[in-house]
Design a protein around this ligand. Sequence first.
Ligand code: ZN
Ligand code: ZN
Length: 335
Amino acid sequence: MANRTALMPELSRIEIVDREVPPIDRRQALVRIESVGVCGSDATYFTVGYIGDWVVRGPIVLGHEVAGTVVAVGNDVARVRVGDRVAIEPGTPCRDCADCMSGNYHLCTDLVFLATPPHDGALTQFMALDERNLHLMPDGMSFDEAAMLEPLSVGIWACRRADLRPGDRVLVSGAGPVGILAAQVARAFGASAVRLTDLSPYRLELAASLGFEVEAAGEGGDAPEFDVLLECSGAPTALADGLWRLRNGGRAAMVGMPKQATELPLSRLNVRELSVALVNRYAHTWPTAMALVASGRVDAASIVTHRFALEQTADALLLAKREPRSMKAVVHPQM
Ligand SMILES: [Zn+2]
Ligand SMILES: [Zn+2]
């Protein structure tokens, strides 16, 4: 059996190679990969080679938004069976340290995360994965939707970190894939109004078509009219600008990470007693993500605008750069 894999042997180059189908140990399943979403992080590793302290130092396989079909299971696997369709949680923690034992497994120092150097990701045809990383998909959910549970998890975690409550008025800065999904989560969690801001008219159009209030970034004034800010743009001044628009006791979650240090006008903001939570991935979000999509309260397919075969992986990784009227590329490794 061949295992075609999109390898990045060096910066900005993808080579399709044949790899061995990986062996599985007792608690692993062999998964045939069906859909892999391209994340901004994949595109950055491809074109720049690093994100913060994570540096690509050798050949790597990208991709961490994944769904597929179980084709073989190890002897001790009890949660999935051959033929099951599964969404894949990309982080594998040690499960033994203090962080793991307290439930913060996403903060585990030994976390192995797909497509985060030096670990390979999912732009391949077959992977061996611990059964605890696999979440059963309901009938009727597509593989593309199931792959979107990963960025959707970021949106869920952002809402949880911001302690979003029913009735809140929510401002989401950045109408990219995570912003659009976070906005949908906020609405599903009971927000009374959700407004998205972005510089791109195309993105605002998509947000408006999903029923959200929209606003061109920088043109919203600074009246304090929101309870929650979900910062999903990574733009240098987005957090400070958004915080300025929160009411007394407002809560913010910061998902986007600006590349340079940012200044916050803390002395002017402290009178409103605002809280800012940082977001580093997520924990315990897949069941909620699955339910939100299965029930139709989140339209995960709405952000998938372009689809590619494995051979077109480089095009998929460059899509956001080349095509301003795009949102999310998904690669189908079996094509
Ligand atoms: Zn991602
Ligand atoms: Zn741990």
